[in-house]
Design a protein around this ligand. Structure first.
Ligand code: MG
Length: 265
C-alpha cells in the first residue's frame, strides 16, 4: 500500500530505489584510501580484509572452545602407546592415570594451543625428580615438565612447567599435591629449509595455573636427559606425548586447537 502511494511521485520512487540499494548491500566498513600494511595485502582499516571466524568460547575457564579437538574427555580414544598399540593407561570417569609406557596422540600437529589438566599424587612419595613426574611432550619431542614441585627442591630446569633441561619456569606456580592444575601451551613448531637446516626453532609460551612461566621462548633442541639434542628435520611435526616416569599422575580435560595464520579463515 505504502509503496504504491510513494510510487505516485518521482521523488518518492528515487527514495525507494536508494533505500532498496542500501538494504540489499552490506554497509561499507573500513577504508580503501589508507596506506598499505607492511604485508602489502591490506590497507590500514581495510574493510575487505577477511573477518575472523567466530568461535564460541568454553562455558567455563578451561573448557574446550567450540573449534577445539578434544584429546581427553570422556574417553581416551585419541591416544595410543608410542608403538601404536592400544593405550593401557587406566581411564575412569574422565580421568586418565599414567601407567606403564609413554602414550601419544594418534594425530600429529605443528602449531597449536594446548590445554592440559593434571594432578600429581595426593599421597606424597619420593623426592626431586621422583615425585609426581610425568611430562607433556610437544610434537613428541619438546617437554613441558610435569612434577610435584610444591616444596620439592630439584634442579630448576627440571621442576614443574620447566622446558626440561633448558629453562626453569619464570616462577613456580605449582599447587599442592593432589590438586588439579592446568597448563595452557601455545606452541610454534620449528621450521626447516628445503635443504633440511634449521630456519626457526620451536617456540613456546606456557601458562601454569593462570601464570605465565615461559614467554615465547625458543627450545635449543629436542628434550633429552643430561644433554640437549640437535634439531633434525623430523622435529617439524608430531603427536602430543604424555610421559610415564613411574609415578601415578592423573590427567583430564585435554584439548587442542591448531593455530593458523592471520586472514586464514
Ligand atoms: Mg618428566
Amino acid at each position: 500500500m505504502r509503496v504504491t502511494r510513494l510510487r505516485a511521485s518521482g521523488a518518492g520512487a528515487i527514495l525507494i530505489a536508494a533505500a532498496v540499494s542500501v538494504s540489499s548491500q552490506q554497509p561499507k566498513i573500513g577504508y580503501d584510501d589508507t596506506p598499505m600494511q607492511p604485508n602489502g595485502k591490506w590497507h590500514v582499516h581495510d574493510g575487505t580484509r577477511p573477518q575472523p571466524k567466530m568461535v564460541t568460547p568454553g562455558a567455563t575457564p578451561g573448557a574446550a572452545p567450540a573449534d577445539a579437538t578434544v584429546l581427553l574427555g570422556t574417553d581416551a580414544s585419541a591416544w595410543q602407546m608410542t608403538n601404536g598399540a592400544p593405550i593401557t593407561w587406566p581411564m575412569k570417569d574422565g580421568i586418565l592415570q599414567s601407567g606403564k609406557g609413554m602414550i601419544e596422540t594418534k594425530a600429529q600437529f605443528t602449531d597449536f594451543q594446548l590445554h592440559v589438566e593434571f594432578a600429581t599424587p595426593t599421597e606424597v612419595k619420593g623426592d626431586g625428580q621422583g615425585r609426581g613426574n610425568s611430562g607433556v611432550f610437544l610434537l613428541g619431542q619438546f617437554e613441558v615438565q610435569v612434577l610435584d614441585s610444591y616444596n620439592n627442591p630439584t634442579y630448576p630446569d627440571g621442576q614443574a612447567s620447566a622446558m626440561y633441561g633448558q629453562y626453569p619456569p619464570l616462577v613456580n606456580a605449582s599447587r599442592p599435591p593432589g590438586e588439579w592444575q592446568a597448563y595452557d601451551i601455545i606452541f610454534t613448531a620449528p621450521r626447516f629449509t628445503a635443504a633440511g637446516t634449521l630456519e626457526k626453532p620451536a617456540v613456546v609460551t606456557v601458562i601454569h595455573n593462570g601464570i605465565v612461566v615461559h614467554n615465547a621462548t625458543a627450545y635449543a633442541g629436542p628434550t633429552a636427559h643430561k644433554v640437549i639434542n640437535p634439531y633434525v628435520p623430523a622435529s617439524a611435526k608430531g603427536p602430543i606425548r604424555l610421559q610415564d616416569h613411574g609415578n601415578p599422575v592423573r590427567f583430564r580435560n585435554i584439548w587442542i586447537r591448531p593455530i593458523k595464520g592471520y586472514d586464514e579463515t
